[in-house]
Design a protein around this ligand. Sequence first.
Ligand code: ADP
Ligand code: MG
Length: 698
Amino acid sequence: MDLSTQDIKFLPGVGPRRADLFNKELSIYTVEDLLGHYPYRYVDRSRFYKLSEISEDMPFIQVKGKIMQFEKIGTGHKQRLTAIFSDGENVIELIWFKGVRFILDRYKIGVEYVIFGKPTLFNRKYNIVHPEIETVEQLPPPDQMGFQPFYNTTEKMKNNFLNSKAIQKILYPVIKKIESGIPETIPTSIIQRFRLMNLTESLVNIHFPKNSEALSRARQRLKFEELFYIQLNILRQTHWRDNTFKGFIFSKVGDYFNTFFNEHLPFELTGAQKRVIKEIRADFVTGKQMNRLLQGDVGSGKTLVALMVMLIALDNGFQACLMAPTEILANQHFATITEMLDGMDVKVALITGSTKKKEREVIHADLLSGEGQIIIGTHALIEDTVQFKNLGLVIIDEQHRFGVAQRSKLWGKNVQPPHVLVMTATPIPRTLAMTLYGDLSVSVIDELPPGRKPIQTYHYYESKRNALLGFLRKQINEGRQVYVVYPLIQESEAMDFRNLEEGYEFMKEVFPDFKISMVHGKMKPAEKEEHMQKFVSGETQLMVATTVIEVGVNVPNASVMVIESAERFGLSQLHQLRGRVGRGAKQSYCILLTGVELSKTTRKRMEIMTRTNDGFEISEADLMLRGPGDIEGTVQSGIPFELKIADLAKDGQMLEIARNAAMDVLEKDPELKSDEYKMLAVQLKKMKTNTINWGAIS
Ligand code: ADP
Ligand code: MG
């Protein structure tokens, strides 16, 4: 009996029409798929409540009692029906907005019923809207009474009577049938080692829990399985990659690096920078291709690390490239790096969308001949026409903006894939990193250059704007510069754009004596560049912008970041924006402006921002508040990201255990050929491609 080939169509109560709904709405085709459609919630129906016990935070309750009276209120479309229901001691109101006639026909005063529903408090009295009502005889058989599962369905399914209850009915006989045992999907040794519930029992109990302990063990097992297979998949691909591709060996630290280190380094490296450079150097001599993720908060000095490891590539006769997500940032990297290398004989070039054709051709020729050594640019860099003589190292800055496909293109730029260093300023919670970038080694810069004063962050309501303007004036008069950032979200682009322009006009009126730059995504690159440059050089004191300035821009003299409509930004984006200030020696400030009416999670976001500057703490909080699917970087990475039962925000420890177990397995049997582990290879193969091509993420 292979459940993965049994079409649900043939299950009692399904048939072709419902099967079609299952297929289209939930991608459920086989009995195995259906068994994998776990309930999202359970309701304890093992006991009857007394009305005196009710509180509002109870999700669902069931109460035994009698209807004392009905009352129809209103007429026609607006009609509703209420009933007073008594458990013998207290009463509660039942309310129906639909099906009034049906209810009155069906249910009788004075008969004993079991009602079931969610109590809500209204006018200091409890009521239940549209309760389920059953006669005592109608109650499910005792073995179904315990926990009642609730299944996700869609609007379309519900309209066709394929609701949670219907799914429960379809599943019940299936579960009865598998109770005698189905093949295990995790090797016995692992089941024993971690004392996991077996698959059969887990599936039985995830759908129809015998009790809360059995449910909890079933959940543990299924979470473990999900995480274990993800990790096994990632690690196996990594293993395959390591064994398939050789890596260039950069054994030398030579003149380029040493000259820079001894004569050009503008400041002492931080301890964290030194450590990370060491970690990368160690990768360079293993003979394997490096795939490393460098996480470092905004302003932690990643560019310098990038430059120094590129010099090592040069020392070994290789070329290096540095890719940035935006033109502004690429320009800035180019400026910073050429300045730092001033006086050294290194050929650095820049390619972006606005590089002229002639100039581009020269650069292309240089790269092909090997004369060009370091190339900096946007994704224009990875166009097919760009060819290298000997590309050895690729550095990708602010990685979450590059799609997987774009990154993998780089691999073909040499006969052997170059080393890859991915740098991100959006710290990723460890659990996410292990899952999204599980095949990358991770380095962390967890220390800011000395002398930085922590940015002070304040949350102001818009009503305080006037006071804020006074503060901005004071800062500018002291020689500082100010950013004012407006949200720009695609669906309301026109409106946001107006806000930005109005904001600009407003600032011009308020500060006629100051010069103001404006930058937004609709500008021509040259125009954008001009405004940006004026702010960088200090010619303009204010920068009014959309989030195009979010990434990387470095103006140490800027000391205030004002974020308009801050409620519309996610946590990590707010943190990124804040990182534009606090780069110089002067005290910096971040002001979050919002309206007065804020949701609970928005309030929480503001609270976190004002409390901490720690990017890792913020990313963890972000994960908790929004769930992994919404985390910036996850979405942009183009990875469809949905776990069935495990939760990366909460199951970090389990993930760690699962990853270690997977490592263990691969250490013992990398090919998964032994009797014990060959089932794993079979399972991996079966894993649908709705999961992810993890191996391509590098
Ligand atoms: P990020 O990690 O956000 O890309 P940058 O590389 O732009 O950070 O560095 C931020 C600023 O810190 C730059 O002005 C850079 O010159 C400076 N910086 C980098 N490393 C050090 C250091 N070790 N000591 C002092 N300043 C440093
Ligand atoms: Mg940077």
